[in-house]
Design a protein around this ligand. Structure first.
Ligand code: NIG
Ligand code: FE
Length: 394
């Protein structure tokens, strides 16, 4: 069934050639999608009859934005770390070691439970407007448990990432674990993975080990991404740029030289900022606006995981980007949609141009500014994915 919408008060297309400003905003707009769920046209609503014979659905002046692209999540896990969170709020600092407690719960869980947890979180994300989700492994940390984590991740998304190099599990020496990750574990995970990632940080993997892991993944045909400079400044961002990774994520302790390196590679490497992780670990917030002004391509994502950032809400992340990282509402909207798509090297999502997927969010609000302006408030009226209404009603 094709889809036709009109009386859209404020349509964000992310295509400056068809609308106003960098977000390509069209007021009083219409949109038509075909039976395959691809956009055929969007433009001024009085032209809609030229593009569809169907009676368009009235959006009553609501705003519509592209579906959020959450390019960084860890939603395959069991258990939670509420006690660790409580202790942290009393002053115990966040460290990479907490990952091992989720590893223990994840290994002990059945496939069914892990699948249900991942599906539940993916659905929660969808309800707040996330139409594309990247999902990492990284709480199995054995060949069998990483393989099944990725198999489960693949059941919720095509954007799956092998993160065997999250931390070293306790039963094995770090050097031997790196050998396992680049050997048997990589081979077992390859059929279910599109990307490889590594946590290059204090308490996780060194720059040298990270380079070895990413290089092995790339050689096996995976795209590369890196957790860089979350807990301490390091050479991880510059190394990521040098390796041509699609995305350097976190960038919490970013330096001027890192910003220069990212700006020089803005078509290749995106800096993915995860402000909910800074919020929940009481980390410093990188200056997103400054990075963008220096020429860095910035994405925003949730980092949804039980340790450092247990949220699936991209609207909330947008609020944090604006209120605590200096981004304008326009920048935060772009980074949460088109920026995420670029971090996943996708052009068919993150925008509402002819030919792209009809993935969109109908807001109970007059503009995208309200997403940042009303933190924590659900303003999702409906979510459309592939031209079909999957949440709420049109
Ligand atoms: O991105 N930094 C590494 N991984 C996650 C945290 C995982 C955890 O604490 O369970 C992150 O913040
Ligand atoms: Fe992460």
């Amino acid at each position: 069934m094709s889809l036709a919408l009109n009386n859209i008060g404020h349509l964000v297309t992310n295509d400056p050639s068809i609308g106003n400003g960098p977000l390509g905003i069209i007021n009083n707009a219409g949109l038509v999608a075909d039976d395959e769920g691809n956009i055929v046209w969007c433009g001024p609503q009085d032209q809609i009859d030229q593009y569809t014979e169907a009676q368009p659905i009235d959006c009553y002046g609501c705003a519509i934005i592209p579906g959020f692209v959450d390019s960084h999540t860890h939603i395959v896990f069991a258990g939670d770390r509420a006690t660790e969170f409580e202790a942290r709020m009393e002053g115990i600092p966040y460290e990479a070691g907490g990952i091992q407690s989720t590893m223990t719960a994840t290994r002990a869980a059945s496939d069914e439970l892990l699948s249900l947890n991942a599906q539940h979180l993916a659905y929660e994300a969808l309800c707040s407007g996330t139409t594309t989700l990247e999902v990492k492994s990284g709480y199995g940390l054995s060949v069998a448990d990483e393989e099944r984590s990725l198999r489960i991740a693949r059941s919720v998304t095509t954007e799956t990432t092998f993160l065997g190099a999250h931390v070293c599990p306790p039963e094995i020496k770090q050097e031997d674990y790196v050998d396992l990750v680049v050997g048997e574990m990589l081979n077992a995970c390859l059929p279910h993975a599109k990307w490889i990632d590594v946590f290059c940080d204090r308490g996780a993997f060194s720059a040298e080990q990270s380079r070895e892991i990413l290089t092995a993944g790339a050689k096996a045909g995976l795209g590369t991404r890196i957790h860089a400079s979350q807990l301490a400044p390091s050479g991880a961002i510059k190394m990521g740029v040098e390796l041509g990774v699609a995305s350097c994520d976190h960038c919490t302790h970013i330096t001027d030289l890192d910003i220069e390196a990212l700006a020089s590679a803005s078509n290749t490497t995106v800096a993915t900022l995860l402000p909910a992780a800074e919020l929940c670990t009481r980390g410093p917030f990188p200056d997103g606006r400054h990075m963008i002004e220096q020429g860095v391509t910035v994405a925003l994502a949730t980092d949804c995981n039980p340790g450092s950032s247990y949220t699936t809400s991209m609207p909330f992340v947008m609020s944090l980007g604006v209120i605590l990282m200096g981004m304008t509402p326009d920048q935060a909207l772009w980074s949460s949609t088109q920026g995420g798509a670029q971090a996943l090297r996708r052009t068919d999502i993150g925008n509402l141009c002819a030919g792209s997927r009809a993935d969109l969010v109908v807001l109970d609000a007059p503009s995208h500014i309200h997403l940042a302006y009303r933190p924590g408030v659900n303003q999702t009226r409906a979510v459309v994915r592939g031209g079909k209404c999957v949440v709420g009603a049109l």
